[in-house]
Design a protein around this ligand. Structure first.
Ligand code: PMP
Ligand code: GLN
Length: 385
């Protein structure tokens, strides 16, 4: 194996989902919903397959209907004016968009600043691009962005700020002031920004999702990434997209065309339809996940865990030390056999292992009775010594 892949190992999601299956555990690890997305979208995919019109390679940049729906979505929710023909690129999920953007924009030796804990593909893709990862740690209990640390981390080798809001795994939603400071820094130091906004519609307590591309000076230097997986409960469809200037889209497309070229033919028209659903769909999604957040947070708190309720995403972070554990990895490896529940240790998302060691992430995108059953299994299992 090439040196640049050393240390990447197996993703924690594969390890923990396999453990959930082999132990018959409730899987609150890997983030995927256990109910289907909008019926009209599912029917549209079936109709697209049956029509015979979407079963071969779609155009490299994605079908027109989806690119227009993405452009329309950016205008409808954020007032962003995006040209569907030159400023949108459809990808194989946000994962490919992240990989292609980093491969397209990072020279070997360039520094990429990323918020730690970081989604695990960031570290892998920065490494595959030959870049150097520079983490800025979001620290418990509030996981806010330390703007002084961010400013201090920028050097003459910094090329890209890789931002993620709402942030996986902490649930932090960057505020207007934080984002304005990031934007100012990017402009002042002439940095490109890759912003992963896959949880854009999953925010709670009135925290607004503000795309970085809406801030002054950012439209020209920002690659915005999102996907259908979370918004429409179809993580297996892997339909994502990039919005950026024509030059940046062309760069990302150059890399993307030699990764998958295209994917998800019949899912593209279905996601185009879903993006156009009325506000009631988006409000209903948020309300449903808010109730699940509160259900799981209350349950985990009742077990004695320190709970950090998230403002966004469908993950909640806890500190396991009040239960007498100090190591989240050990805790998560013990949990399936002891309780029949799977969770994800934060530590794997950090360079600074000590910052993540006692933290564990739980997904709440599950049916209410599944969340309640998980809490009861934990209560029973943890009580047994
Ligand atoms: N970014 C973040 C922050 C994620 O949590 C995920 C996974 N759900 C992705 C990207 C990947 O998205 P996709 O499944 O669309 O590839
Ligand atoms: N994004 C999902 C999570 O954080 C999992 C994605 C994956 O399995 N790679 O749980």
């Amino acid at each position: 194996m090439a040196a640049r892949l050393h240390g990447l190992g197996t993703t924690i999601f594969a390890e923990m989902s396999a453990l959930a299956v082999s132990t018959g555990s409730i899987n609150l690890g890997q983030g995927f919903p256990d109910t289907d997305g909008p019926a009209s979208m599912l029917e549209a995919a079936i109709a697209a397959i049956r029509s015979g019109e979407h079963n071969q390679y779609p155009p490299g940049i994605g079908i027109g209907a989806l690119r227009h729906a993405v452009a329309n979505h950016q205008s409808r929710f954020y007032g962003l004016d995006v040209d569907a023909d030159s400023e949108v690129l459809v990808t194989a999920g946000a994962t490919e968009a992240i990989a292609a953007a980093l491969l397209a924009l990072v020279e070997p030796g360039d520094e990429v600043i990323a918020l730690e804990p970081y989604y695990d593909s960031y570290a892998a893709c920065i490494a595959m691009a030959g870049g150097r990862r520079v983490p800025i740690t979001l620290c418990a209990p509030d996981f806010r962005l330390d703007l002084d640390a961010l400013r201090a981390a920028v050097t003459s080798r910094t090329k890209v700020l890789l931002i993620n809001t709402p942030h996986n795994p902490t649930g932090t939603v960057l505020t207007r002031d934080e984002l304005a400071a990031v934007a100012e820094l990017a402009c002042e130091r002439d940095l490109l920004v890759i912003t992963d906004e896959v949880y854009e519609h999953l925010t709670y307590d009135g925290a607004p999702h503000l795309p970085l591309a809406t801030f002054p000076g950012m439209r020209e230097r920002t690659v915005t990434i999102s996907s259908a997986g979370k918004t429409f409960a179809v993580t297996g469809w892997k339909i994502g997209w990039v919005c950026a200037t024509p030059d940046l889209v062309a760069a990302v497309r150059t890399a993307k065309q030699f990764l998958t070229y295209v994917s998800g033919g019949p899912f593209q028209p279905a996601v185009a339809e879903a993006l156009r659903l009325g506000d009631d769909y988006y409000l209903g999604l948020r309300a449903s996940l808010l109730a699940k957040r509160d259900l799981l947070c209350a349950g985990l708190a009742s077990l004695g865990l320190d709970v950090f309720a998230p403002q966004g995403t469908y993950f909640v972070t806890t500190d396991v030390r009040p239960l007498g554990y100090s190591d989240g990895v050990e805790f998560c490896r013990m949990l399936p056999a002891r309780c029949g529940v799977v969770a994800i240790p934060h530590e794997v998302f950090y360079d600074d292992k000590t910052a993540g060691r006692p933290l564990v992430r739980w997904a709440f995108c599950k049916q209410d009775e599944v969340l309640s059953e998980a809490v009861e299994r934990l209560r029973a299992g943890l009580a047994r010594s």
